[in-house]
Design a protein around this ligand. Structure first.
Ligand SMILES: [Fe+2]
Ligand SMILES: [Fe+2]
Length: 269
């Protein structure tokens, strides 16, 4: 069973993290696009938009003072346009180089795949809710959802059997409760540290910090509500009488089909 790791150690890990690991299949696909002189901006963004590792870095850079001039950028396409194609190419190449170093940290590909799949599922579902309920901008909702569990990366990197721990507690206990009990901190907080350090838009940082909370005072927070509902839908803790559950139930097969399609496209799994 997992050795307890002090809260401070995980906080340090979250503050130091420079790059989020990505999956082998995504890396190959990105290399193919970058290596082709005829690749367009759309070809690159078509691959990048499915990947939290690259998306998070691009959002972070677009929101740095140099590019953003104080205006928050939520949309990945907009972020890429702001930075410029050549710059995005070089950022992605750098990320892929660092990727090799991360591999040496022995993060298990299967763990990363599980997190990736969950993030894409939640992103799709939240976007569908956004479109049906006319709440928020669907693209913004998609990107926020793709990044919502980014704090788990810190645990995967710092706690050797974290993936195993998640599988063990699946459907029996609440992840954040177990994390807080064992480590004194949960993945919302480690994610928030990354979000602040990397200068994510405030709305994204809030989603990362609060997505498991019971919404209480935040009922009016549309973005948070959509991500929370979509996450609960896949962890089977969403109130089955809610309008969100009604919509997502009908879309369940479409979401699964879409995720399968992306996995094939990226040659994953
Ligand atoms: Fe989470
Ligand atoms: Fe989640």
């Amino acid at each position: 069973m997992t050795n307890a790791m002090p809260r401070e150690q995980l906080i340090n890990r979250a503050s130091e993290i420079k790059v989020i690991p990505t999956l082998g299949g995504v890396v190959d696909k990105v290399f193919t696009v970058l290596g082709n002189n005829n690749s367009s901006f759309n070809d690159l963004s078509d691959v990048v938009k499915y990947d939290q590792a690259i998306s998070s870095k691009i959002i972070s850079i677009a929101n740095s003072a140099y590019y953003s001039r104080g205006i928050e950028i939520f949309n990945l396409q907009r972020a890429m346009l702001t930075i410029g194609f050549e710059e995005v190419r070089s950022i992605v190449s750098c990320l892929l180089l660092m990727e090799g170093m991360i591999k040496m940290l022995k993060l298990k590909e299967a763990d990363l795949l599980a997190l990736w799949k969950h993030s894409v599922e939640v992103a799709y579902a939240a976007r569908i809710l956004s479109e049906h309920l006319l709440v928020e901008d669907p693209q913004k909702v998609y990107t926020a959802s793709l990044l919502h569990d980014i704090g788990k990366i810190v645990f995967y990197l710092a706690v050797p059997d974290y993936g195993e721990m998640l599988r063990e507690i699946k459907n029996t206990a609440d992840t954040v409760t177990v994390e807080r009990e064992r480590f004194g901190i949960d993945h919302q907080e480690t994610g928030y540290i990354i979000a602040v350090k990397w200068k994510f838009p405030h709305d994204f940082a809030r989603v990362i910090r609060r997505h498991h909370g019971d919404l209480g005072d935040n009922q009016q927070d549309g973005l948070l509500r959509l991500v929370n509902a979509s996450d609960r839908f896949f962890t089977r803790t969403l109130n089955s009488h809610s309008k969100e559950a009604f919509i997502l139930d009908k879309e369940r097969n479409a979401i699964a089909f879409e995720v399968e399609k992306i996995m094939k496209f990226l040659q994953l799994g």
